[in-house]
Ligand binder design. Structure first.
Ligand code: T5A
Length: 212
């Protein structure tokens, strides 16, 4: 049996990393082999691209098209090197952001053409789509409150996307809703304002119903 690809999407600070960790623990208890990965990143090439995209490593303003192609280059490498081989071996893949981040951020928030992005995404993913996409929906201000809390406790600071205006992030959130309307069979929208445990429990129910 091929593996299952589950992607996690949502605005900044919506709890994707936290929930991926919890879901992977539960799935492993069921004896399922899991690969947890993220975008941009997940391979050496992808992580190098991540530093350019998020941390201004090169110190140059990135144009929209270069930004798009860097995200999708990271995706193509991750698909080719990790995700497709894992799925083919029956491993389940939990991915923190995927094609829908490109649609929400580069498409709905930056304003790039949606049909172009669909085509570039299809090329980067070898025409594969997630089996299930969990959209952790959260008010933009609440997401940023969580990040402020995290940053106040450590050395991290806001990355390039987190420095975008709140309107940009509101367009991201609205964009996600439009994407979910476009493919209701693939998306499940969850209220990410609940406690970590409550969200984890809802995700478990969704996964049991959709793919277990
Ligand atoms: N991007 C990405 C694009 O523009 N196009 C693309 O194609 C792709 C793939 C990636 C950036 O790149 C952009 C989108 C992003 O801006 P990233 O660092 O991966 O950047 O950013 P995020 O994915 O947003 O990661 P974050 O760490 O910021 O958010 P998460 O993973 O959603 O949230 P998490 O789990 O780290 O939690 C955030 C904080 O909230 C707490 C956690 O403990 C943590 O401190 N928390 C909760 N607090 C209260 N209640 C809950 N239910 C909580 N859940 C978590």
């Amino acid at each position: 049996m091929p593996g299952i690809l589950i992607t996690f999407e949502g605005p900044e600070g919506s709890g994707k990393s936290t929930q991926i960790r919890l879901l992977s623990e539960k799935l492993k208890e069921r004896g399922i082999e899991i690969l947890c990965t993220r975008e941009p990143g997940g391979t050496k090439t992808g992580e190098a691209i991540r530093n350019i995209l998020q941390h201004d490593e090169v110190g140059e303003v990135l144009g929209d098209r270069a930004e798009l192609l860097l995200f999708t280059a990271s995706r193509a490498q991750l698909m080719n090197q990790m995700i497709i081989p894992s799925l083919d071996k029956g491993v389940w893949v939990l991915c923190d952001r995927f094609i829908d981040s490109t649609m929400a951020y580069q498409g709905f928030a930056r304003g790039m053409d949606i049909n172009t992005l669909d085509a570039v995404n299809a090329f980067a993913t070898y025409e594969r789509k997630p089996d299930l996409t969990i959209l952790l929906d959260l008010d933009v201000e609440e997401g940023f409150r969580r990040l402020e809390q995290r940053y106040s406790e450590g050395a991290e600071t806001h990355d390039r996307f987190e420095r975008e205006a709140r309107d940009f992030h509101r367009r991201v959130r609205e964009g996600y809703h439009k994407l979910a309307e476009r493919e209701p069979e693939r998306f499940r929208i969850l209220d990410a304002a609940d406690s970590v445990d409550a969200v984890a429990s809802t995700i478990w129910n969704v996964v049991e119903e959709a793919v277990l």
